[in-house]
Design a protein around this ligand. Structure first.
Ligand code: A2P
Length: 286
């Protein structure tokens, strides 16, 4: 990518917004590194972009010029939007893959840089794909937390459900930090407190677990549900098709295993065109 440095106003010495030079360019406004393998960033939002909380878009950077033709092409990947639909900026949560074509470069972005963001949101982890229920379960592993970072900040989540259960399984405790801090911050979320009412966050039950590093709760969520331990810890009744709706986002093996468990419990998979009781999306990796 041609690095666009923040332009400085010579008189005031305050940075002014760089002029977008790439197709569909957006300017990075914030970057946070959570671990050596995870980071999140925020960028400007295209004025015309409308999306539903839980959807994803294609984002990326310009590739290096083709040695033969000299042409530069964009390198894009699907990324869940981690910010809610009402936010004036966009947020993304990403893994850093050492030799990953995109993330090996994307991890070095800085405030004022540009990213490409194709304004065509799609996805199945949306409220429209579910029929009414009492509880909603958000099941995530790793960066699969991203669409739930959007949905947990979406007022409709609390309007539609009496209880919101979010499970997040990661290898290490540090990988839980982005999600944990986001959930803690909800208590002070002005919009949600105003629209849903103070104390709305008491609807949330957060269940973080780790598999390869010591933490207060260890184990895969799939095993913890199968053994009944998760229900006991959360003080909830087992999954049932009458009360429960669910969204799944994680690695492929996790998605398939949980999907089978939900089907076994009697829940049916939904889609935008045919809402039902649960929906699945894979966490996109480089
Ligand atoms: P584990 O360490 O036992 O493989 P990854 O980083 O490989 O995407 O995994 C993220 C988290 O998801 C890890 O804690 C991993 O546990 C867990 N995981 C992987 N596969 C499954 C599965 N089939 N069911 C439940 N959890 C899984």
């Amino acid at each position: 990518m041609n690095e666009i440095l923040p332009v400085t106003d010579a008189v005031t010495d305050t940075p002014v917004k760089a002029t977008p030079a790439l197709p569909d360019a957006q300017t990075v406004t914030e970057v946070t590194h959570w671990t050596d393998k995870l980071f999140s960033f925020r960028c400007t939002r295209p004025a015309s972009l409308r999306f539903r909380s839980g959807e994803f878009v294609m984002i990326g950077l310009m590739n290096d010029p083709d040695p033969k033709t000299g042409k530069v092409k964009p390198l894009l990947r699907a990324y869940s939007i981690a910010s809610p639909s009402w936010d004036e900026e966009m947020e993304f949560y990403s893994i850093k893959v050492e030799n990953g074509p995109l993330t090996s470069r994307l991890q070095h972005i800085k405030v004022g840089d540009e990213v490409i963001l194709r304004p065509k949101p799609v996805g199945t982890l949306v409220h429209d794909a579910l029929i009414p229920g009492k509880r909603i379960w958000f099941f995530a592993t790793g960066t699969g937390f991203a669409p739930f970072a959007s949905l947990l900040r979406e007022p409709q989540t609390y309007e539609d459900y009496e209880e919101v259960i979010i499970t997040h399984t990661c290898r290490t405790a540090g990988e839980l930090t982005y999600g944990r801090e986001l959930i803690e911050s909800l208590k002070d979320d002005e919009l949600l407190n105003e629209v849903i009412g103070e104390g709305f966050w008491k609807k949330i039950k957060y269940y973080p677990t780790t598999t390869r590093e010591e933490s207060p709760k260890m184990g895969r969520i799939t095993d913890l549900i199968n053994s009944g331990e998760a229900y006991k810890d959360l003080d909830v009744t087992p999954l049932c098709p009458d009360n429960d709706r669910a969204m799944i986002c994680g690695n492929m093996a996790f998605n398939l295993e949980l999907k089978a468990m939900l089907e076994e419990a009697g829940l049916e998979e939904g889609a935008n065109s045919k809402p039902a009781q649960y929906v699945v999306e894979k966490a996109f990796l480089d």
